[in-house]
Write a protein that binds this ligand. Structure first.
Ligand code: E4P
Length: 222
């Protein structure tokens, strides 16, 4: 399973990339607006693309097909590793087809059902992003979308990658991995939690304490 970081924070991206923990990045307009402040969001995206050896999703804000294609082409010029994020709309599917025919990769976002994922895959999306946490928030079982989409994509040998999005905790990651999602995009705090277990800390503390005793132990007389 590939891990993407779901953030536009340059600090978090640098940390995770240098630690070799991530295979790509997803951003969205909310995340980018938070990071950009007074900066040009395009410059922020350029910087992100230079920090990561892998795909960087950048989202269009137009909601008509022509606008999405125009913005998508502009975004794709920022760097070779840009993937254009397109919302799951009828016009979005038109844009995905047009961008795919120009060789531009897309990530269809805001997917909340497996048939939306199927439609996006048929349109030629490189990734589909079902939003697990937001479905859980409204009392539905978000992981069901991943489960159904995996079966459907396997039935028809669809190459589109299933990207588990809106991940809220490590258990989401485990379940998505067991189902066979291709990618999980993780907020930085969730990625940090994946590294931790209290028994790891306790075990290491004990090992180091025992090792330290070795050096201070009096030698037996010869
Ligand atoms: C994915 O690409 C989205 O940016 C993200 O996962 C949305 O997550 P949220 O529901 O926590 O905002």
């Amino acid at each position: 399973m590939k891990f993407f970081l779901d953030t536009a924070s340059l600090k978090d991206i640098s940390w995770a990339a240098q630690a070799g923990l991530i295979d790509g990045i997803t951003t969205n307009p909310s995340l980018l607006a938070k990071q950009a402040g007074d900066l040009d969001p395009r410059d922020v995206l350029k910087e992100i693309c230079s920090l990561v050896d892998g795909p960087v999703s950048a989202e269009v804000v137009a909601v008509d097909a022509d606008g999405m294609v125009r913005e998508g082409k502009e975004l794709a010029k920022i760097a070779d590793n840009i993937v254009v994020k397109i919302p799951m709309l009828e016009a979005g599917m038109v844009a995905v087809r047009r961008l795919a025919s120009d060789g531009i990769k897309t990530n269809v976002t805001l997917c909340f059902s497996s048939v939306q994922c199927l439609i996006a895959a048929k349109a030629g999306a490189a990734y589909v992003s079902p939003f697990i946490g937001r479905l859980d928030d409204v009392g539905q079982e978000g992981m069901d979308v991943i489960r159904e989409a995996r079966v459907i994509f396997d039935n028809y040998q669809l190459a589109t990658e299933i990207l588990a999005a809106s991940i809220r905790h490590p258990r989401h990651v485990v379940e998505a991995a067991m189902i066979g999602a291709d990618v999980a995009t993780l907020p930085p705090d969730v990625l940090k939690k994946l590294l931790l277990h209290p028994l790891t800390d306790r075990g290491l503390e004990q090992f180091l304490a025992d090792w330290k005793k070795l050096g201070t132990r009096p030698k037996a007389p010869v």
